[in-house]
Design a protein around this ligand. Structure first.
Ligand code: FEO
Length: 163
């Protein structure tokens, strides 16, 4: 079954969303470096790499279906943040936004009876549950430690251990 133009356009748009996510998280990594939270920075860098891997998953899939990958322009990501709590509030909000996008894609694939795309998108539906849960857990810990002090230092060490 050929990939429909509508589905292809929607998947290409999602490649942009994933790359934009990678760009945003890398910008958050740079911000964390600037305030000497190297553990947070390395966690964000790993997160950014994961987003690029998500983009490449869509890239590979479109090609596999005989479609055409088209890249769109990326906006400049935010540069400054109010502190680590703000960074993770924005991370969680961003993941919730991405979940909404994935659910829209899933609805489109359902409407089009594109079962192959549904298979791919189910992976992303599950991935988003994990993404939101992880960001939410870190935000909860940060709300306890606040933006400075011993607790934050320990959390920085903990986040720095992410593979
Ligand atoms: Fe690609 Fe964090 O969702």
């Amino acid at each position: 079954m050929e990939l429909s133009k509508k589905m292809q356009d929607a998947l290409n748009e999602q490649i942009k969303e994933e790359m934009a996510s990678a760009y945003i998280y890398l910008s958050m990594a740079a911000y964390c470096e600037s305030i000497n939270l190297s553990g947070f920075a390395s966690w964000m860098q790993a997160q950014s790499n994961e987003e690029m891997a998500h983009a490449m998953k869509f890239y590979g899939y479109i090609n596999e279906r005989g479609g055409r990958v088209v890249f769109e322009a990326l906006e400049q990501p935010p540069v400054e943040f109010a502190g680590p709590v703000d960074v993770f509030e924005k991370t969680l909000a961003h993941e919730q936004y991405i979940t909404g996008r994935i659910h829209k894609l899933y609805a489109l694939a359902t409407e089009e009876k594109d079962y192959a795309s549904l298979g791919l998108l189910q992976w992303f539906v599950d991935e988003q549950v994990e993404e939101e849960s992880t960001a939410g857990e870190i935000l909860d810990m940060l709300k306890m430690t606040g933006d400075k002090g011993q607790g934050l230092f320990m959390l920085d060490r903990h986040l720095g251990s992410r593979e």
